[in-house]
Design a protein around this ligand. Structure first.
Ligand SMILES: [Zn+2]
Length: 340
């Protein structure tokens, strides 16, 4: 089969790789219907995260179950399934509390790399959710978005305690930030301020439900949010970048008593204790427990209530994965869908 492998920063190739097989009796092997490049794939691609030898890439997937291990009960061959980037049993105490990405059995969801024609998924019963039927082709991008970026944006909004009547600010205009806007809209936010300097992303944010756009960032961005909220700051802020600047921008844009939901993968962020102490801001976030939200998100997509697949503004054959990475790295594309 064909699969994307990162050899060194900037060097992504699609190679002939061995087709995955069932290793554990709780595994499934799926035939990928679509996969994509994640903003977090860009960290090693840019050399910010170390590349430890040739690494199969990708952790976002939808596809058809090809084969299951002898202990798998909940999914069967032929079903179309969505899973997330961590595999979870969905039965332990942590999973039952809704934190499947901290499952006591947590392991990578796409064990053999999702940017490939086939993938082995561990703990299939707890990890995979079957759709009501094999979806029409136009729903596949949205279901793929549910696998990570939609679920992550959704968790950002839930962690920021978004609810009707609140003002929400979103730091970050990548796919996760944009889908945080969509989530905030669905959760009933009254006002949604998207922070973005890119016209195409601003447009999508408005389509997803943003009511205001702020182009400033850093301290100027914070000042603008304060201007828009009677000097108080937003009730809820979704942080979807993961840098020191974006995290501080999020905390400082939140009013006392308000909530930050941080879902950008944290890189060298250090929080000043005293400022945090006096801010009265709640912080909650981490790797999104996408599995918690998957059944509801699949419903919303299936009923065509939401169309998160719009974040894919570039579609390429899997063999052109290198161009897909490059386009995202150069911010020519918001998110690249790869067709296996
Ligand atoms: Zn668990």
């Amino acid at each position: 089969m064909r699969g994307a492998v990162l050899y060194a920063p900037g060097d992504i190739r699609v190679d002939d790789r061995e087709e995955p097989t069932i290793v554990e009796p709780t595994d499934a092997v799926i035939r990928m219907a679509a996969t994509c490049v994640c903003g977090s794939d860009l960290w090693p691609y840019r050399g910010i995260e170390e590349v430890d030898g040739p690494s199969p890439m990708g952790h976002e997937y939808v596809g058809v179950v090809e084969e299951v291990g002898s202990e798998v009960r909940n999914v069967k061959p032929g079903q179309f399934v969505v899973g997330s980037f961590f595999a979870s049993d969905n039965t332990c105490e942590i999973c039952r509390a809704g934190y499947q990405t901290s499952c006591v059995q947590r392991q990578p969801g796409a064990a053999t790399g999702a940017q490939a024609q086939y993938c082995r998924i561990p703990l299939a019963d707890g990890t995979l959710v079957a759709t009501p039927d094999v979806p029409p082709a136009d729903l596949v991008p949205s279901l793929l978005a549910a696998s990570d970026v939609l679920g992550t944006g959704w968790f950002g909004a839930v962690a920021a305690e978004v609810c009707p009547g609140k003002t929400v600010a979103v730091v970050g205009d990548g796919a996760v930030g944009l889908l945080g806007v969509l989530a905030a809209k669905q959760l009933g936010a009254e006002r949604i301020i998207a922070m973005s300097r890119h016209e195409s992303r601003q447009k999508l944010a408005l389509e997803f439900g943003a009511t205001d756009i702020v182009t400033e960032r850093g301290d100027d961005g914070v000042a603008k949010i304060k201007d828009l909220t009677d000097g108080l700051g937003a009730h809820s802020v979704i942080e979807a970048v993961g840098t020191q600047e974006s995290m501080m921008q999020a905390i400082r844009s939140t009013r006392p008593g308000g909530h930050v939901g941080y879902v950008g993968v944290s890189h060298d962020v250090e929080l000043p204790g005293q400022e945090l102490f006096f801010s009265h801001v709640h912080l909650h976030g981490g790797p999104a427990p996408v599995r918690r939200f998957l059944p509801d998100l699949i419903d919303l997509i299936w009923n065509r209530t939401i169309d998160p697949g719009k974040v894919f503004d570039l579609t390429l054959p899997l063999d052109q994965a290198a161009e897909g990475y490059k386009a995202m790295d150069e911010r020519r594309a918001i998110k690249t869908l790869l067709q296996p």
